[in-house]
Ligand binder design. Structure first.
Ligand code: PEP
Ligand code: MG
Length: 580
């Protein structure tokens, strides 16, 4: 058993991402690669470790030289220049020699030494003013990744610490793709320096249903490997090296939370109806097909949002149409006739696939989601065929993200018709009446909804992006996280208006952003007229409990006062009353 180290205790504050309390030991993770573990090398094995590093460098050098020799005469000149640059980076003493010294001086494993050095170089590059040179940081990361792959191929490196259930991952930053890899592990909690609460990294952390905090700023630099930590994911507090009394207190709270969670399970098959008898549909958000089990476990009435792009992350190639079909079929079958809403690819911004990184200078405003799909028609058609094929295995619906222009939905409809024709030509069956909905997550769509509802079967409000784009706050940037506020009167107006217009036009409206799983917003959304909520399975029973305790006619009165006020302080006060 690992004992707590003797350093003095201290506390860090960030933004709590998912509830609960975790108590465990710090495992520092490099920003570059999750597979990179940090472990000590026995003094007698140090030279062997240095040779392992040298062998990996030699292997990658061989690979690059081989690639260079095979560059055809017709290939663009940049290809050869790119390989040359990679070779130069690899052979630079900063990458090929300094890590050897680190292995010897610190007695650490080669992967760790290499990524430590890479982070240092990356930081130096970030300071460079010249944009071209600054961009070269990415080349360094790519070369390092090649070397890491070569080392992992040698089979010496352990992928993760052995007692994962006691381990709290501490990182400077994690991408959504990094985070999805954690689904294969059983870590106790997460703490990161960067990130906002509705960033996709935080969303995936929430779906893991373990305590997590983002935006801690200096955790990665201040915490040492193996230090004892308490993660309070509700309050966003991280306690490092707590004393006995604090530890005992948090263990007690942890026990109480477990009991509350167990109690909630008894609501699993209770119909979700308000005190005055209004039936509410509670559905689940998933990222990967295997998440469907958690949705069923929580008693979800359907899948309100399948973020299909996660199937595309952490791989070198794009999934084939058949692979995609299999993923969708699994979910459709598992849900056994309950609706499964598959969102078409929302790639771009913070979720990119290898070889298709076209995010541009301002990724959140760039070629993302439906914009990206319309620019890549073959990729889009393959996904649409896969969704259509899966539609005979359950009740599948198509959801198109990030609509701002009517012509985007028109073009998406044309693509769907084309995909149908292609399947017809091959005699492949699909649901001819498949429903197509649109995400309302850009203010432009919410403000000109009349024209959208005519072309769509249903609407789903993406409150994460709707807040981001209404307030001009990058949802993944912790520097402005304090300004990110889904309860801002402007955002609330757009939500209420979307629900109202949808209802009038006879189009079902759901909320599938993080707000749907936020207890503080449940009554307000109910009072706005919302009847469908989609959230992470872990939040579903808590929200159901709130629905069961809500009196709609009472809630409506306060909600309309909230909507009439544009004073945020007054709104908060009224919200407090609503939630009493
Ligand atoms: C949203 O924007 O609220 C949403 C549900 O989509 P995502 O979080 O994947 O952008
Ligand atoms: Mg969105």
């Amino acid at each position: 058993m690992r004992l707590p180290q003797s350093g003095a205790g201290f506390t860090l504050h960030g933004a709590g991402v998912s509830g609960g309390i975790a108590i465990g030991y710090a495992h520092l993770v490099s920003a570059a690669r999750l597979e990179v573990a940090h472990y000590d090398i026995a003094p007698e094995a140090i030279e062997e470790e240095v040779s392992r590093f040298d062998d990996a460098i030699a292997e990658v050098r061989g690979e690059l030289i081989g690639l260079q020799a095979n560059v055809s005469a017709t290939a663009p000149a940049e290809m050869s220049a790119f390989l040359n640059l990679n070779l130069m980076i690899l052979d630079d003493a900063q990458l090929s020699r300094v890590p050897r010294e680190l292995i010897r001086s610190r007695g650490c494993n080669a992967e760790w030494a290499l990524t430590q050095q890479m982070e240092l170089l990356a930081q130096q590059f970030e300071q460079i003013e010249d944009a071209y040179l600054r961009e070269r940081k990415n080349d360094i990361v790519q070369v390092v990744e090649r070397v890491l792959k070569a080392m992992l191929g040698t089979g010496h490196a352990p992928a993760a610490p052995s007692h994962e259930e006691n381990v709290i991952v501490v990182a400077h930053d994690l991408s959504p793709a990094d985070m999805i890899l954690f689904k294969q592990h059983q870590f106790a909690g997460f703490a990161t320096d960067l990130g906002g609460v509705t960033s996709h990294t935080a969303i995936v952390a929430r779906s893991l249903n373990i305590p997590a905090i983002v935006g801690l700023h200096h955790a990665r630099g201040l915490i040492r490997e193996n230090e004892l930590l308490i993660v309070d994911g509700r309050e966003g507090v991280l306690i490092v090296n707590p004393d006995r009394q604090v530890l005992a207190e948090f263990r007690l709270r942890q026990g109480q939370l477990d009991i509350e969670r167990q109690k909630l399970k008894s609501l699993r098959s209770t119909p979700s109806t308000t005190l005055d008898g209004v039936a509410i549909e509670l559905q689940a958000n998933i990222e990967l097909p295997q998440d469907v089990h958690a949705a069923i476990e929580a008693g979800a009435a359907g899948i309100g949002l399948f973020r299909s792009e996660f199937v595309f992350l952490n791989r070198d190639d794009l999934p084939s149409e058949d692979e995609q079909f299999e993923a969708y079929r699994k979910v459709a079958e598992a849900m056994d006739g309950r609706p499964v809403t598959i969102r078409t690819l929302d790639l771009g911004a913070d979720k990119t696939v290898n070889g298709a990184d076209r995010a541009g200078p301002n990724p959140a405003l760039g070629l993302r989601a439906i914009r990206f799909c319309l620019a890549e028609p073959q990729m889009f058609l393959a996904q649409l065929r896969a969704i259509l094929r899966s539609s005979i295995h359950g009740k599948v619906r198509i959801l198109v993200p990030m609509l701002a222009h009517v012509h985007e939905i028109e073009q998406a409809m044309t693509a769907i018709a084309q995909a149908k024709e292609q399947l017809d030509d091959l005699g492949v069956p699909y649901d001819h009446g498949i429903k197509v909905g649109g995400m309302i997550e850009i203010p432009a769509a919410a403000l000109s909804l009349g024209i959208f509802v005519k072309k769509l079967d249903f609407l789903s409000i993406g409150t994460n992006d709707l807040t981001q784009y209404t307030l001009a706050i990058d949802r993944s940037d912790d520097a402005v996280a304090h300004l990110y506020d889904p309860l801002h009167p402007a955002v609330l107006h757009l939500i209420a208006q979307t629900i109202r217009v949808g209802e009038k036009a006879g189009r079902p409206v759901a909320v599938c952003g993080e707000m749907a799983g936020d207890l503080a917003a449940t009554r307000l959304l109910l009072a706005f007229g919302l009847r469908e909520f989609s959230m992470h399975p872990a939040q579903l029973l808590t929200i159901k409990q709130q629905v069961l305790r809500t009196n709609m006619s009472q809630a409506r009165g306060i909600a309309s006062r909230i909507l009439r006020s544009d004073d945020p302080a007054k709104c908060l006060q009224l919200l407090g009353r609503l939630n009493d």
